[in-house]
Design a protein around this ligand. Structure first.
Ligand code: NAD
Length: 357
């Protein structure tokens, strides 16, 4: 299994380094072999090649079986022209890989209930759902127009049957290995794209009679996520709604340092795995970063790209265990609400996870 490794900028090299240490432990335990190839993207690529994602990096990613990414960007490159900023590298990479489905779990760890901003009676019911967001269509990729006087602008939202069908299938397949419920979120009372979205999702649902499907307007969904998140299993939605709802969903679980994401595409192309946070330049190089989001992204890679469910679960269980035991990095350290909290650095918490595996 060949993995393209993008360490990136800021805390990227630290958190990716720890995720690779965990993968090496998994390789030993499950008798697997992972080959890693380092790939430059982001600020470090601008420094070395003069651009955020040189062709040589694209090629290396396309030749791999999966791509593991830390994070890119930082103040050093803030004055770059917009088309040459580190984050452009990420957009170019997503495009090159053709990844059209972004999968983001919103899971609250029992040990971290005190970090949940919701009322205790809501948090106690548990939060464990997945947002599946369409990633390459919709208003972000339609025409963007501003007139010369800058007093009129237009953004165009489009969706095709094919785009809706392929993302809907991923949602139903995901629900099948979870709690068998899909909530499709749209704005079908106003938008034409949402009206065909709803019809096409209903059609796909006919092939998944074991899965319960309901539809929800996006304004209601944003309210229900904070009112009763336990009602959700898989949320399926388009690009912009998913962008907003997945951020809301990650916030109610506590820390952004803990959440992974996967971006999936066609069967014959490599898929992309990364934590949801940025490069955290404020704590870079200080052994303070939380590597768990990246370690869980590596677990998603084992599950989705390599179909190694047992290995993925071994990582997730080890993460649960060290959190239950009270081990914390600074971002989730909360001695005020929990006197059993013990503070560890990035390296040490990853070592603890490795030992539990
Ligand atoms: P950020 O996510 O990097 O940081 C926000 C806050 O969360 C900071 O206080 C940071 O210290 C903390 N934080 C983030 N990840 C953490 C972790 N793993 N452990 C502990 N604390 C963590 O967002 P930002 O400050 O808005 O952006 C910083 C840089 O990252 C910018 O250049 C931005 O463009 C870039 N960025 C990159 C990505 C990506 O590579 N996918 C995503 C978002 C932002």
């Amino acid at each position: 299994m060949n993995i393209a490794v993008i360490r990136g900028d800021g805390i990227g090299p630290e958190i990716v380094g720890e995720a690779l240490n965990i993968l090496n432990i998994i390789a030993e335990k499950f008798n697997l072999k992972f080959n890693y190839q380092d790939v430059y993207m982001g600020g470090c690529a601008i420094d070395k090649f003069g651009e955020p994602l040189p062709d040589v990096s694209v090629k290396a990613c396309l030749n791999s079986d999966a791509v593991l990414l830390g994070a890119v960007g930082g103040p050093k490159w803030d004055l770059q022209q917009p088309e040459n900023r580190p984050e452009k590298g990420l957009l170019k990479l997503r495009n090159a890989l053709g990844v059209y489905a972004n999968i983001r779990p919103a899971k609250m760890f029992n040990a971290l209930k005190s970090a949940c901003p919701l009322r205790d009676d809501i948090a106690n019911k548990g939060i464990d759902f997945i947002v599946i967001r369409e990633l390459t269509g919709g208003i972000y990729f339609g025409e963007h127009f501003i007139n010369e006087d800058k007093d009129f602008a237009r953004d165009v939202m489009t969706y095709s049957k094919l785009e809706i069908e392929r993302i809907a299938k991923i949602a139903f397949e995901t629900a099948r290995i979870r709690n068998k419920k899909v909530t499709s979120v749209d704005k079908a009372n106003v938008l034409a794209t949402s009206r065909i979205w709803r019809e096409i999702v209903n059609n796909i649902a006919k092939d998944y009679s074991d899965i319960e499907l309901n539809h929800m307007y996006v304004d209601n969904a944003s309210m229900q996520i904070v009112k009763d998140p336990s009602q959700f299993d898989v949320i399926l939605t388009e690009n912009m709604f998913g962008d907003i709802l997945s951020d809301e969903a990650s916030q109610i679980t506590g820390s952004i340092g803990l959440i992974p994401s996967a971006s999936l595409g066609a069967d014959n192309t490599p898929w992309l795995y990364e934590p949801i946070h940025g490069s955290a330049p404020d704590i870079a190089g200080q052994n303070k970063a939380n590597p768990i989001g990246t370690i869980l992204a590596a677990a998603m890679m084992l599950r989705y790209s390599f179909k190694l469910e047992d290995a993925a679960r071994a990582i997730e269980q080890a993460v649960n265990k060290i959190l239950d035991e009270g081990w914390r990095t600074g971002d989730i350290f909360d001695a005020k609400h929990d006197d059993k909290n013990k503070l560890l650095g990035c390296k040490e918490i990853a070592e603890a996870i490795g030992e539990r595996i």
